[in-house]
Ligand binder design. Sequence first.
Ligand SMILES: *[C@@H]1O[C@H](CO)[C@@H](O)[C@H](O)[C@H]1NC(C)=O
Ligand SMILES: *[C@@H]1O[C@H](CO)[C@@H](O)[C@H](O)[C@H]1NC(C)=O
Ligand SMILES: *[C@@H]1O[C@H](CO)[C@@H](O)[C@H](O)[C@H]1NC(C)=O
Ligand SMILES: *[C@@H]1O[C@H](CO)[C@@H](O)[C@H](O)[C@H]1NC(C)=O
Ligand SMILES: *[C@@H]1O[C@H](CO)[C@@H](O)[C@H](O)[C@H]1NC(C)=O
Ligand SMILES: *[C@@H]1O[C@H](CO)[C@@H](O)[C@H](O)[C@H]1NC(C)=O
Ligand SMILES: CC(=O)N[C@H]1CO[C@H](CO)[C@@H](O)[C@@H]1O
Length: 575
Amino acid sequence: MPYTKLWSKIPLTTAFTLLITAGSSLLAATAEELVERQSGSSPFSGQFCDYTSFQTSVVGSRLLMFGGNLTINKGTNSKEKRELESGFQFFSLFLNETFQATDNATDYLRREPDPAAEKRIASMRDGGAFSYNGDIFFYGGQQLFNAGDDDIIYKCTPTSQNIVWNSAAISGNVRRTITKGASVDASSENKGFYFGGQDIIAKGADDSQADRVLNGTSSNNLIVLSFSPGKQEFTNITAPVSRAKPLVESNLLFVPAGKEGILVNLGGDDGTGDGAWEDLQVFDIGSSTWFNQRTRGNLTSGNSKNPGTGTCSVIASDGDNHFIYVYGGSNRAPGQSQLAILTIPAFQWFTVSNQNYPSKVNAQCQLAGERQMLILGGRSSNGRGDCGGNSFLEILDISSLEIVSSFPNNNPFTPPPLVRTAANSSNPLDGWTDPELQGLYETQYQTFAERNQESKSDKGTIIGGVVGGVAGVLLLSIVAVFFIMRSHRKKSARDVKEAVAEVNRNSVAQPFLGQPSPGFPSPAFPSGEYQHAYQPGYPPGHIYKDDYIVEAPPNPAPAELPSANPAARPMELPS
Ligand SMILES: *[C@@H]1O[C@H](CO)[C@@H](O)[C@H](O)[C@H]1NC(C)=O
Ligand SMILES: *[C@@H]1O[C@H](CO)[C@@H](O)[C@H](O)[C@H]1NC(C)=O
Ligand SMILES: *[C@@H]1O[C@H](CO)[C@@H](O)[C@H](O)[C@H]1NC(C)=O
Ligand SMILES: *[C@@H]1O[C@H](CO)[C@@H](O)[C@H](O)[C@H]1NC(C)=O
Ligand SMILES: *[C@@H]1O[C@H](CO)[C@@H](O)[C@H](O)[C@H]1NC(C)=O
Ligand SMILES: *[C@@H]1O[C@H](CO)[C@@H](O)[C@H](O)[C@H]1NC(C)=O
Ligand SMILES: CC(=O)N[C@H]1CO[C@H](CO)[C@@H](O)[C@@H]1O
């Protein structure tokens, strides 16, 4: 039974006992955690090389990274000792702490315990991770342990103490068997989206095998996850190919414009090596319709006419102007431009070159605060021989356009001078490709909460206040009663953690930290570059070539995996 349902069935008195117990175990864990962090054990078993195909999500002030392919250098020769780190990759980065990106990753990155040792779940690549109300839902992606049937997905609830995993059902005409799509959280709409990708074949009960990715099956369907307390609904929106061509590994962004927001889909691979660059795919959420929009500007850098696949993106807004920052890409060799900026509504592209920009393919980007773009993981586009030169984390200041080291920067976002001219245009420089989009776009955006508030009476506000107050009292009670009733430990740790998670979900508002837009791997990893993209002086390694069925070797059986942090595993409390 999903624990949210379980919780709703627990009478108030029992609930209160749970909270009391929760308080004590929470405090104990915090002390343990401090000790553990001070000891600073390395999150990697060797020198970091690269990290691709993983999922990221933000819950509260915590950025979590899951699954994917992590390679490390276990020896001294970076060219020969590069190895895939075994087991499930699972990291937290705390955005409420200060750190230097130039520091040892040990100082800002924490490895979380491997959940696959408990349940064979969520060990996946190239899926979407959606954050709602303290939970992270995983949709799509290639599962490596085949825990899921066709209609089961997983979710987790990170608490300060551990991470609780559960399954969740898919509804509607939607399968989970899709990977390498583009995902975005639209947190102000309580929605998540997953566009396109490739089909996969679930391997069912055979635990030793990963899902199989089917080549030649690119999709243009948009999967919508709509969240409300205690449930999630799935919708599958099909579109004519003329409006939304199938794309694998594109970037999807949520723009706060139009009645319920619009999505901009860019980059990726349509099967010929081209993505959506000159003509973007734009989805109006309110009318559930795809449009196209032409852009202006020159994305050429060196011999590559666009960044290619494996880019990652974030969006920042300044009033009615929006700026999409696109970093890296498989077509961008070191020395070429690594950053492209799209201004909206001018729909004009700018490319930025800077000697200090490291090349990155298949990184994940995340906006933190108003003006820092975290560039996480990825690999260098110059091939696989440079473990030492590829940092786990880069920070781009999206106002100054400099790579910086200090996190955080709490200053407001101001558009960089380069793009300010374009910000003066309230229309696309080449006009609206589809005039119908103009009217939809120009409707003033209001968040889901604002729209709901407007259509309700004052009664809603009063109830909200009372509920908030009750949550506050409950939280205070946890601490107060802990000191009085230390010995009243009756429930298992698991129930307790769930109770704490539930209280946190119901009472803690989540800061808006921007949205992840995954960069995705190019199929030709490790060299990864499309043939047409090679620059003179960068010899092609592997030529892009699909296999009809690309089968991933199975990961080691979870039971054999060492526990990274045994102390944090759920265990029975002494009674
Ligand atoms: C980072 O810190 C870990 C743990 O203290 C250490 O093992 C590793 O060698 C350090 N790496 C670098 C590059 O200094
Ligand atoms: C940051 O937040 C986490 C919980 O998300 C908490 O455990 C930690 O103590 C916080 N750190 C600071 C410096 O406040
Ligand atoms: C979405 O619907 C289309 C048309 O019915 C179907 O072909 C496709 O497999 C569905 N996609 C997913 C991910 O369920
Ligand atoms: C784009 O810029 C490149 C060099 O920066 C130049 O060679 C090319 O002609 C330009 N293309 C267009 C269409 O202006
Ligand atoms: C934008 O328009 C304002 C008013 O016309 C002008 O003062 C400003 O210079 C323009 N910005 C740029 C960067 O062209
Ligand atoms: C991830 O690792 C698996 C081996 O476990 C490999 O088959 C796959 O190609 C890798 N994918 C990427 C994108 O590196
Ligand atoms: C090995 C193999 O069958 N690869 C196929 C991948 O898909 C392309 C396009 O559908 C085929 O041409 C390849 O033969």
